[in-house]
Design a protein around this ligand. Structure first.
Ligand code: PLP
Length: 420
């Protein structure tokens, strides 16, 4: 049987199997009753619906998905020795770098799996939303590998500020619209009440779900939040555990990951939390979010919709309210009103902590990191870097800090320019 800590995992790890208390179920948006698998059939393939409610500890990664992963996985775990010297810290800092994927972030880990399961069921077209464009580009990449296309609604603030991601999606053969758009009922209603809106992930999700739910043969894919997305990302943490062990570290003392909808954080840390629960390790895990969209640190833990129009199931999660429109910060992937129910549950059970980081501190940390390590982190990832640097200042001698570096920022350089 697989175990946590393989450098080429054959299975995804499901923390739902080890939660001390069961995860609250998703509710039907119309009836308020627990969701039935058939409620999700208009949107998702059967295999993903099964994963969404599974409590099996390990779920096998299909061979075809592993073959694609092998093009860039295992992603590197890098000792940040130059950063340690620049900070003068007594800690040992490592980072797990997901920016080596063809799309530049962790998002292909689930995009490849989702596209493959859809292709297996004969679906040829997907819809989705995207914030900064990292997810849209990743799903477009995945669709191109399995002879599919996708239609992406990108949050207006990012669509206008970051055209390169749209070009990337188009290179992969997909299309990208600014959201809110005139193409959907949800988009038209939002534009009628606020023509100048900067857009939000909640709005873009409404548009993509509406098209998938009302068009025969079209499915929807979500880049974060849902349980099956958290599951697919656990290749990150399983590799990291094995790579740390190879470097002589049994378990990290503290782990920092940025949190938008929770997927890179869950991917890196759920296998580590699983070890805390079953193997007696004691790693601290910290979710790092922007002060501009402080979902965990300021939001309520309650049932809420995943989108503005109320088309999605209701999820028990930390939320700022489905109609919350965050300021147009540069870390577009962190502008989401809600949080993964699994991450929220982990916080409520005391398995994870959370901090909020200002945009200024995040970019300052990104620049310090880039000058020491060479890699320019994605604006989202800089939130984890900032929290880790703040911790490293007073760290104990030899303490092991692990940072989730979820993506690179080479297509986000205009955002950095303001901070230089
Ligand atoms: C590089 C990067 N990191 C983090 C995120 C936040 O998403 P999640 O919390 O699901 O990892 C995004 C989202 O677009 C992203 O592109």
């Amino acid at each position: 049987m697989t175990r946590i800590g393989s450098v080429t995992p054959t299975h995804w790890y499901n923390l739902a199997a080890d939660f001390p208390e069961p995860l609250p179920p998703a509710l039907h948006p119309g009836t308020g009753q627990p969701l039935k698998p058939e409620d999700l059939e208009p949107l998702f393939p059967a295999a993903l619906i099964a994963q969404e409610v599974s409590t099996e500890r390990f779920i096998e990664i299909p061979e075809a998905v592993r073959e694609v992963y092998a093009k860039w996985r295992p992603s590197p775990l890098i000792r940040a020795d130059r950063l340690e010297r620049a900070l003068g810290t007594a800690a040992r800092i490592f980072y797990k770098y997901e920016g080596v994927s063809p799309a530049g972030s962790h998002k292909p880990n689930t995009a490849i799996a989702q596209a493959w399961y859809n292709a297996q069921e004969g679906t040829r077209r997907l819809t989705t939303e995207t914030g900064a464009g990292q997810w849209g580009a990743s799903l477009a990449l995945a669709c191109s590998l399995f002879d599919m296309t996708c239609e992406v609604w990108q949050v207006r603030a990012s669509y206008e500020a970051k055209p390169y991601r749209r070009y990337q999606m188009e290179v992969y053969g997909s299309t990208c619209h600014s959201s809110p758009s005139e193409l959907t009922e949800a988009g038209r209603a939002i534009l009628a009440s606020d023509p100048q809106t900067t857009g939000s992930l909640g709005m873009a999700i409404s548009e993509a779900v509406e098209v998938a739910a009302t068009t025969e043969g079209v499915h929807y894919a979500l880049g974060s939040v849902l349980n099956h997305v958290m599951l697919h990302q656990t290749v990150i943490g399983q590799e990291a555990v094995a790579q740390l062990q190879a470097a002589g570290v049994e378990a990290p003392d503290i782990v920092f990951g940025c949190a938008g909808g929770g997927s890179n954080l869950a991917g890196l840390t759920f296998p580590i939390i699983g070890r805390n629960l079953t193997e007696g390790t004691a790693s601290r895990v910290v979710a790092c979010e922007p002060t501009a969209c402080p979902t965990i640190t300021q939001g309520e833990y309650r049932y809420d919709y995943g989108d503005v129009a109320g088309l999605t199931p209701m999820l028990k999660m930390h939320t700022l309210g489905a109609d919350f429109v965050p300021p147009a910060i540069h870390a577009g992937g962190l502008r989401y009103h809600g949080m993964s129910p699994m991450v929220s549950h982990a916080v409520e059970l005391g398995l994870m902590e959370a901090v909020a980081v200002t945009q200024e501190d995040a970019f300052a940390a990104g620049i310090t990191f880039a000058r020491a390590e060479g890699i320019i982190p994605a604006p989202e990832s800089t939130h984890a870097v900032a929290a880790a640097l703040a911790h490293a200042r007073d760290a104990a001698d030899g303490e092991v800090i692990l940072i989730g570096l979820s993506g690179n920022g080479v297509l986000d350089l205009p955002a950095y320019e303001a901070y230089l």
